[in-house]
Write a protein that binds this ligand. Sequence first.
Ligand SMILES: Cc1ncc(COP(=O)(O)O)c(C=O)c1O
Length: 386
Amino acid sequence: MKMRIPLAKPEITDADREAVMEVLRTPNLSSGPKVQEFEQAICDYAGSKHAVAVNSGTSALQIAVRSLGLDAGAEVILPSFTFSALLNVILQEGPRPKFVDIDPESYNTTPELIAAAITEDTQLVIAVHTFGIPADVPGIISAISSLSRAGRPRHTIQVIEDACEALGTEVEGRKAGILGDAGLFAFYPNKQITTGEGGVLVTSDERLARQARILRNQGRDPTLSWEDHAEIGFSYRLSDMNCALGISQLKRLEYVTEKRQHLAESYDRRLQGIADLVRPPLSSVIGRISWFLYPVRLSDRFTRADRDWICDSLASEGIATGRYFAPLHRQPVLRNCGVTTTELPNTESVADRVIALPFFNELTEAEVEQVCSELEDSIHKWLRKT
Ligand SMILES: Cc1ncc(COP(=O)(O)O)c(C=O)c1O
């Protein structure tokens, strides 16, 4: 169904179009100069030493996990309230997922929940900045260090910081993505900036960056000859057109982050009077939010079916909504993979009640008003119905 107000929409300017056209006037469409230029722009922006551009955030995660070289039988701790890419990569790469709950206020997992989940087999923690709200990655790293000093666990635990929803987010004055052993950004068209499809792995570890470059390009080691196939790799390169778009979009990131903060504030002001809605925090004590989307939550007296009814009611008025995220620990795919899971009460409660509202740079104040008034009407309709 064509929506009057979509959930997300990329903002493409004349400068973006010209940047892509400029590449098309050259013969360098892949592995050309725009790839390095984009990687350098990401390094300069985020303050990372290395950046490896790939064709999606999922690919960045997969080459990060593969490059970290986990032992057989390793356990990976991750939130369940996140995107399915994380589960796909872990199941493909082989370690055992262990899901942790979230703090419903920040939608993120916490150092305490991670520390409590660590076992002898834990080798990796994936910390996610959900919806662009900063997760306490420094706290997670120091909780891991305290356990290691106390002799638990027996392995070094590495941290991947998934900032795929969080380009522009800051944690204690540093850019999200550069705090762990590897960080990830993603650029699908619903993100803060887009390359069409695309992702970047950032790291300060030279070995990891080198390995990631080998893996993204069919396992070819640039120090050997072109015909020498050194490792099992992937075809995860990002084209020069994508990178040119990324370079052009990245120049506007500060404006985009501020614009999205204003939109979040507009939603917050307009939704304040609605009793059954939980609004997200507008700021975070640990850093800056870079809004990926704007999530609201229905109160506990609503069920998942009620939430779905309200989303359908909005859709019938031409307003798109998102039901992010379906918890990973409840996914049917796990039944075939022999993974056992426990209940995660906050994740389950939040996932059943969350509604992502339309959110994109060019969303107008008038559209925010329309979304909010239709949402209010739908909630009232639901109340009258019950
Ligand atoms: C937290 C998180 N990780 C990874 C990804 C994967 O990114 P992509 O869709 O570019 O593969 C996404 C995508 O939205 C995401 O939200």
